[in-house]
Design a binder for this molecule. Sequence first.
Ligand code: SAM
Length: 327
Amino acid sequence: MQSKKSHKDYHYKYVSDAPIKVDTKKYGASLQWKFDYSFLLGSLAQFIHSEIIVEVGVSAGETTSRICQLNPSAHLYGYDIWDTNGHLSQFHHYSSKTKVEEYLKEMGVNNYTLHQIDTIKNRKEFEKKLANDLGGEVSYLNYPKHKTKKSIPNSSCKKIDFAFVDAEHSYIGIKNDFEVVYPHMADHGIIAFHDTLMIDGCREFVYDLRNKYFDGTFDIVDLPFGIGARRCGVTLLVKRSFGRTDRAIDQLCGSILSPSEIENNETKWLNGEIKKYRQNSFNYNKEINISDLDKTVDFDGDGHTKEDYIAVIRKMRNTKRKRGEEW
Ligand SMILES: C[S@@+](CC[C@H](N)C(=O)[O-])C[C@H]1O[C@@H](n2cnc3c(N)ncnc32)[C@H](O)[C@@H]1O
C-alpha cells in the first residue's frame, strides 16, 4: 500500500528532484545562472498557495519552468514578444514560443499557456488576452479630469495570485506591464519585478511605486541581490492582506488587545490607507511617451549619450554570447 504523502514530501519532490541540467547550447547560454531567482519566485508562489500565475517576459522559459514545477496545481500564463525588443531595440531576437514549449516539455511541465505579443505596442490586445485567460473581460473607464483611462476587469476574471514582471526594462515598459497586471491581483497577491537594482527604468519605476503610484494597498520590498556576474535585484510588491484575510486568529499566546480588536484595527487601518492614497491610483494608465525618457545621461563623464551606452552594451553582449559566456 502506498503511504500518504505529507507536505514535506511534496516540497522535497518539487524543489530537489526537479531536473536542473540544461542543454545550454540548445536553449541559450544564459540559462544556468538564472536558477537563483527562479527558485525564489517559484517557492514564493507556492508559499501563497498560488493557483493563477502570470509571467510577462518569458524569454527561454527558465523561470517559467521552475515556477511551474514548484506549483504543479497552478496555471501559468506567459507573454513574450520573442523578437528584437527594448528601448532603442537594444536587445536581440532571442528564443521563440516553440523553443520554450519544447524546453518545458523536456522539463516535464504542462501547466502553462503562452502568448506571443508585444505587450506595449499592442497593449489593448494584451489587456484583452489576459482578461480572457482569466475567464473574463475588461472594460474601460474614462477619467477626463485626470486625463486617464483605466481598464477594469469584470467580475468573471479570476484573480492573479503571483505575477512576475520581467519584460521590457524601460520605465515605459515596466509601467505598462504593471498597469495591465495590477488590476487583476488578488488581495493577497504578490508581483515580483526583476532587474530592479541595476537597470535605470526598473529602479526608477519601483521607487515611484512607493510614492507616485502608491494606493495604500501594498508594501514594496527591495532585494538588492542575485547570483552571477551582476546582482540584478528583485523587488516584491506584496499586497497588504492581513486586514482582508478570511483567516481569524486561532491561538492565544498573550496579546495586549483581543483578537477581534487586532483584526478590526488592521481592517480600519487598511481602509484608511486606501482612502488616503486614492488620488494616486489615477496615475496608473497616465501615458508617458518615449520622448519623456531621459536621453541626456552622460554616463562616463565624456559626453556619451544613452544611445552610445546601449551600443557598447550590445557589442559586449554579442561578444560574450559568441564565446558562450554569461551576458
Ligand atoms: C529579461 S527577459 C525575461 C527572462 C525570464 N523572465 C527569465 O528570468 O528567465 C525579458 C523578455 O521580455 C521580452 N520582452 C521585451 N519587450 C517586450 C514587449 N514589448 N512585449 C513582450 N515581451 C517583451 C523579451 O523578448 C525577453 O524575452
